[in-house]
Design a protein around this ligand. Structure first.
Ligand SMILES: [Cu+2]
Length: 669
């Protein structure tokens, strides 16, 4: 009976997805309290108006729709996700469970910049210690899920996407081919994007904000038997001529190859429901370039490389009232970055150094989770990750350079990284309650541990890593409640982190900066502790069959033991949207903004960002041309051409002004 119900639910959900009704699944997944993770469906060709969806939205645009995520922007490309007011070093960002390390010492290439919407099916966002399924983390996890092979026997399906946006003369094109048989599945897709400089509000051109990129991927699967199948996946992503208007340098090349091979076991009749074993490999090349910039004090070449090899085996089991997950994983990474400086005076010597001195990271860990159904309205879960990490400085010159600061350090360091969390879910009438506690540790990142004179253009200091840093340790409390009655749905969620040994750079007045014009040198050190609080409340209400509203309000706070504000803490934020939905047409108008950023971190280069608000409008049509479904999406962003920047804009770089866009998708079956 249970299985029948599950199958029915499965069929029902898939019929919704394929019927392409103007129902936003994102909105739905957002509001179940028993579902702790937020799932962003990368449903590109659905007629959804939820938070303005373009067919050819970038992954960054999709992530920005999450309540917990904001994107830190250094330009118009490769935004850095911030979750619970924490960025890259405190998060676990993975591609379908695969570890991948960016190759840029200046955070120009978050992991999310190496995939595109065509590669993905959905994104899972988990908060705090709930996010340790793939790696140890403090702030949470973002896992970008690749679609699974579908054995639907539906034959060949082709789709074409075209997009144009007026601001920046931004063009995008996508082509997908998919063949699904009974036992064999293959898909191939490509996306090309190109944008010129964008204009901020009131026609101010933002120089060095252009980019060009393409992404291709192949996926194939073969069903060996009823329960066993094998899968292979390759993603190749190449971006060139990327401007970073908020930084002193641009990027001439950011290139990634991401490959995996996996075996899957699936069964409904045994205790083991799902068992996936994957081997993977990825390689990244990142080349920074200042040749387009006039008047730099010194020309620099700054390439970086990162290669990762890994394996994991993940099993899901149902034993009586227990739902068990185990994930045994291991990976090996090599991170290397160099800097060559060419003085303007040709008689002076060229200067060369290793900014990441060939750092090797070997990590092995075991994750276990038990979800126990106490009764039909109470659920208890425990999870734990135990990790062991070894770092090694492979480059002798690099080791000697770091030994100037830390005499006697050895070329390797081992760390033990534990994590525990527990959750209790309780349902009373129309209200769900969820209480969670967690404890977790993380190792310093490659830059924090071993970076050598990395220039931060926000606070204008050169940063030097510290191999002796202790693990960062976080204690976390979270609470979530949701209420659903008829047409009203309210969700409130809050998390508090108390982080010991909070890693941050501290000024060392005895050192002289390498970068011309820098304020000085900061050594990575730790505050005794830091507190971060984040909360948001979401409401949705169906006014009638056709009209609905969504609203969201967020409040965050972050302070260090030195009584100073932490950098990159989001001020009061709000969002409101009015939707009109028919089967073949939808429209929506949105307003979003932040309050005044009164708690900013002047210590780390921030200033008070004033309040702002922007209005967007979007429309969607769905119709058939020769029996082939066509989806048209169009609209205008920043309707009033407001000139603004937010707390998340590096060096206050202004955001896009008014932008008209149109996206067309054509599906041939
Ligand atoms: Cu870079």
């Amino acid at each position: 009976m249970k299985q029948l119900i599950i199958t029915c639910i499965g069929l029902f959900t898939s019929s919704i997805l394929f019927a392409q009704e103007p129902i936003s699944t994102e909105k739905k997944t957002d509001t179940t309290a028993t579902q702790l993770n937020e799932i962003i469906v990368v449903g590109r060709r659905k007629l959804s108006n939820y938070r303005q969806e373009k067919t050819l939205s970038s992954i960054d645009d999709y992530l920005e729709k999450s309540n917990k995520i904001t994107m830190i922007k250094r330009g118009n490309y490769a935004w850095e996700p911030s979750l619970n007011n924490m960025v890259t070093d405190r998060l676990s960002v993975t591609i379908d469970g695969m570890q991948i390390y960016g190759a840029c010492t200046d955070k120009m290439d978050p992991v999310t910049s190496y995939v595109d919407v065509s590669n993905l099916e959905k994104v899972t966002v988990s908060s705090g210690q709930e996010g340790t399924e793939n790696a140890n983390c403090i702030g949470g996890a973002i896992d970008l899920k690749i679609p699974t092979a579908k054995y639907r026997d539906s034959g060949l399906k082709t789709s074409v996407d075209l997009g144009y946006e007026t601001n920046g003369n931004y063009k995008s094109t996508g082509l997908d081919l998919e063949y699904s048989g009974n036992k064999f599945y293959i898909s191939a897709d490509g996306i090309y994007r190109k944008s010129d400089n964008y204009d901020a509000g009131k026609n101010t051109e933002i120089l060095y904000s252009q980019f060009e990129k393409y992404n291709i991927s192949f996926q194939t699967g073969y069903k060996l038997s009823e329960n066993h199948s094998i899968d292979a996946n390759v993603i190749y992503d190449k971006a060139t001529d990327i401007g970073y208007p908020a930084l002193p340098m641009d990027v001439s090349l950011a290139e990634a190859t991401i490959a995996s091979f996996s075996h899957n076991y699936k069964s409904d009749s045994t205790a083991i429901k799902n068992w996936e074993t994957k081997v993977y490999f990825n390689t990244i090349t990142h080349v920074m370039d200042d040749s387009q910039r006039p008047n730099v004090p010194i020309r620099m070449d700054m390439p970086g490389w990162s290669d990762t090899y890994g394996v994991y085996s993940k099993v899901n089991m149902n034993i009586k009232k227990h739902q068990l997950t185990a994930n045994l994983s291991s990976h090996y990474n090599r991170s290397l970055a160099e800097m060559t400086m060419y003085p303007n005076d040709p008689t002076e010597n060229v200067m060369f150094m290793y900014t990441w001195p060939d750092i090797r990271t070997l990590y092995s860990g075991l994750y276990l989770k038990d979800e126990l159904e106490l009764n039909h309205n109470k659920k208890l879960s425990f999870s734990s990750r135990i990790g062991y990490q070894k770092n090694e400085i492979k480059n002798k010159v690099g080791l000697q350079s770091l030994q100037i600061f830390y005499p006697g350090i050895s070329d390797h360091k081992n760390r033990f990284l534990p994590s525990f969390s527990s959750n209790y879910t309780y349902k009373h009438k129309k209200v769900n309650y969820n209480f969670g506690v967690g404890y977790g540790e993380r190792a310093p990142s490659v830059s924090e541990g071993y970076g050598f004179y990395l220039f931060n253009s926000s606070d204008k200091y050169d940063y030097v890593g510290n191999p002796n840093l202790k693990n960062e340790k976080s204690i976390e409390l979270n609470f979530k409640t949701s209420y659903k009655h008829n047409k009203l749905n309210v969700v409130f969620e809050t998390t508090y982190f108390h982080i010991n040994n909070y890693i941050i750079g501290e000024i060392d007045p005895t050192l002289v900066a390498m970068t011309i014009g820098a304020n000085g040198v900061r050594i990575y050190d730790a505050l005794d502790y830091a507190s971060i609080f984040s909360s948001h409340i979401n409401t949705s209400y169906d006014i009638s069959k056709k009209f609905s509203i969504n609203t969201s309000l967020g409040y965050n706070y972050g302070n260090g033991s030195n009584n100073e504000s932490l950098p990159l803490i989001r001020p009061l934020s709000y969002f409101a949207e009015l939707n009109y939905s028919l089967k073949q047409f939808n429209a929506s108008i949105q307003v979003k903004g932040d309050g005044n950023q009164s708690n900013y971190s002047s210590n780390y280069g921030e200033d008070e960002t004033p309040a702002y608000a922007v209005v967007n409008m979007n429309f969607g049509n769905s119709f058939f041309i020769k029996n082939n479904r066509t989806v048209l999406k169009y609209g205008v962003e920043n309707v009033f051409d407001t000139n603004f920047s937010t707390y998340a804009d590096w060096n206050n770089i202004p955001r896009q002004g008014r932008n008209f866009y149109i996206n067309v998708s054509y599906v041939i079956k």
